[in-house]
Design a protein around this ligand. Structure first.
Ligand code: ADP
Ligand code: MG
Length: 643
């Protein structure tokens, strides 16, 4: 055995003390706990269980309020009221450039390091510092309710969150005075809450439509282990968009009675609030009426029919279905193979959403779950499992991120893939790149990115080897994650049998200052990587569009195109491929737009085709879904060269 690295940041020796579960949402956050009855419950404050993830500051830069009162402050002081912090957590400047236009507050991306800072009331704060205010409020509520200190928590994050985003979430917890025992995927938490009475088994799709984001995940639960088979979604689609559409229509109605909200931020906010009430009422009634006071002293009644609301939002609801189909394909499944459909997020209370999801998956969603609470409840169950060991249930443990090793070219070779159930073990064999090397560097990395610089370095050591011509030495590297989540790395010179041992201290015991410094460090080098990262991001997107286009062209929709349309698309594909070779983000984005423009009819035809297929021909849908995805084929790394 060689290296001991703490894995997942959790210390199982601390089983005695109490922990809560927290759903730290983009729009709303909740805290839950497992009571003496062994059941999870959400903790309510005087204004309910949901705490809007909104922080209001006063002019002096002090936090004035968090939650509902802060939400109301948005009306009065939008310039010092912060929301949507989750979108910025753990992101570099390059990653959030496209978000900036949508957020009303000042976001700084320079400052010597590329750490994102939000300017509010004369201070520049990092996303974890801001999120910490929401967590602190939840912690306080839990303490008031439970009557004792709460110092530990399990916090949920979207399944697609990367290491930096997870780490930022942990840092936020630490800044709020919470020891984050575990970061759990939101869909996993949902499944865990649902699986309370029986051991969860089978394939589950979790459809999560919240305020600003849509996430779909397909999970496989087996013998207490949860594996994320596929994720997808749309980071800019949710209840806020429904609100915006409704506001548009209702604004026209009130304009007809002589009230203009155009250009009047306060009236617009009041109207928005009324429309949200209307929307929520329409989830329960065919027709709803709400009172609004847009002009002081002048109350007006707003009425809307559910059918009209549904017509309004139908295209957006349809937009959520494509990521679902893609997730099914990525998971290699057809709808009929799913065992459960779980709905998460406030917007899944909308009857049209439920209907369309049910039609797509051919199965009624579970009705016994509160979509607002299920994630927090699952987090509480996980917290309970980790602190009391009370539940007769295996720990849900998979490796959250891939573990790999550096090879020549600063590239990471994955040895244990993310989502592997633990205990897990894998061995890869490597060889040398230079003649007569007397040692090789074993650099252990965590993360799912391709390049060393994008992954977290866990350990680095040298193993002496017998000098041989390049390519002849054989070094076997074994990664083993034991049942306690501890990673053991062994490197062995196959010819001599020699092994190397090293011990690495896990990064425990950080002070707040260190956390902040670490945050800075993590982003210090981001600036120099900025352009390349931007290119990689653009390329990633371009690759999937190219792949989707290729598939669509080869499919039945492709045969229905005119020759000119096809020619145009092929030209755009060639253009995009050429742009990718420039290794620059801008040309790729530009060429991608051209391809998008050229393919809109193809997309339409494919969508019609897919809908037809899914609805009328389960047999064919099965065949389509079984088509191998070239991206899913794991490359063979044997014989990779290392330094
Ligand atoms: P997030 O996970 O993004 O924090 P939530 O799951 O709390 O968000 O969802 C918030 C969204 O759900 C908001 O847009 C809110 O208006 C919407 N919502 C809440 N309740 C209902 C309802 N009964 N009908 C329709 N939409 C609702
Ligand atoms: Mg949520």
């Amino acid at each position: 055995m060689a290296i001991q690295v703490s894995f997942g940041g959790q210390d199982r020796r601390e089983k005695q003390s109490f922990a809560v579960g927290i759903d730290l949402g983009t729009t709303n956050s909740l805290v839950a706990y497992v009571g003496p009855d062994g059941q999870p419950h959400v903790i309510s404050g005087p204004d309910g269980a949901m705490v809007p993830s909104v922080i209001a500051f006063d002019a002096a830069g002090q936090v004035e309020s968090v939650g509902h009162p802060a939400n109301s402050a948005l009306l009065v002081h939008p310039e010092r009221t912060i929301y949507s912090v989750k979108r910025m957590m753990g992101r570099s400047a390059a990653e959030i450039v496209h978000e900036l236009g949508m957020l009303p507050f000042q976001v700084h991306t320079a400052q010597g390091s590329a750490a994102v800072r939000i300017e509010v009331a004369g201070q520049k704060l990092t996303p974890p510092e801001l999120s910490a205010h929401v967590l602190r409020e939840l912690k306080r509520r839990a303490e008031v309710f439970l009557g004792h200190a709460v110092e530990k928590a399990v916090v949920t994050v979207p399944a697609y969150f990367n290491d930096a985003q997870r780490q930022a979430t942990k840092d936020a917890g630490r800044l709020a005075g919470l020891d984050v025992l575990r970061i759990v995927n939101e869909p996993t938490a949902a499944a865990l809450a649902y699986g309370l009475d029986k051991k969860p088994e089978g394939r589950i799709v979790v459809y999560d439509l919240g305020g600003g984001t849509f996430d779909v995940s397909i999970l496989r639960m087996h013998e207490g282990l949860t594996e994320v088979l596929a994720t997808g979604g749309d980071t800019h689609l949710g209840g806020d968009d429904f609100d915006r559409l409704l506001v548009g229509v209702v604004a026209a109605q009130v304009a007809a009675v002589g009230i203009s909200v155009q250009g009047d931020a306060e009236k617009l906010q009041r109207l928005r609030k009324a429309c949200i009430d209307l929307k929520i009422a329409l989830s329960d009634a065919e027709q709803a009426t709400v009172q609004a006071e847009l002009v002081a002293g002048q109350r007006i009644e707003l009425s809307f029919a559910r059918a009209d609301f549904e017509t309004l939002i139908a295209p957006l609801v349809e937009k959520t279905l494509e990521p679902c189909r893609r997730a099914l394909r990525d998971a290699g499944l057809v709808a009929a193979e799913l065992d459960e459909v779980l709905l998460v997020g406030g917007s899944t209370r909308i009857p049209l959403v439920r209907r369309r999801v049910q039609e797509l998956f051919g199965k009624a969603p579970r009705g016994d779950i509160d979509p607002d609470q299920v994630v927090a409840l699952g987090a509480a169950v996980q917290a309970d499992i980790m602190t009391t060991g009370r539940r007769d249930m295996l720990l849900l443990d998979v490796t959250p991120l891939s573990l790999g090793m550096e090879t020549v070219g600063d590239v990471v070779v994955k040895i244990i893939n993310r989502n592997s159930a633990i205990p897990a073990s894998a061995t890869e064999e490597f060889t040398t790149s230079v003649d007569n090397q007397t040692g090789v560097v074993v650099h252990v990395l965590q993360g799912d990115r391709e390049l060393v610089k994008d992954c977290r370095s866990l350990a680095k050591f040298v193993i002496p080897i017998e000098p041989l011509p390049a390519g002849l030495a054989r070094v076997a590297v074994t990664f083993l994650i034991d049942a306690n989540g501890i990673l053991h790395v062994t490197a062995k010179d196959v010819r001599t049998g020699r092994e190397k041992t090293i011990e690495v201290k896990p990064s425990y015991g950080l002070t707040d200052d260190e956390v902040v410094r670490m945050l800075e460090d993590a982003f210090d080098h981001a600036e120099e990587d900025l352009t390349y990262r931007m290119f990689l991001d653009a390329k990633g997107e371009a690759d999937s569009i190219l792949e989707a286009t290729r598939r669509a062209l080869a499919g039945p929709a492709g045969t229905r195109l005119d020759p000119e349309e096809r020619e145009e698309i092929e030209g755009a594909i060639a253009g995009l491929n050429a742009a990718i070779r420039t290794q620059q983000a801008d040309p790729v984005r530009k060429a991608q737009r051209r391809l998008n423009d050229a393919t809109w009819r193809l997309a339409e035809l494919s969508l019609a085709e897919a809908l037809n297929t899914a609805v009328h021909d389960p047999q064919l849908a099965h065949v389509l879904a079984q088509a191998p995805d070239p991206a899913a084929v794991k490359p063979d790394h044997h014989g990779q060269r290392i330094k």
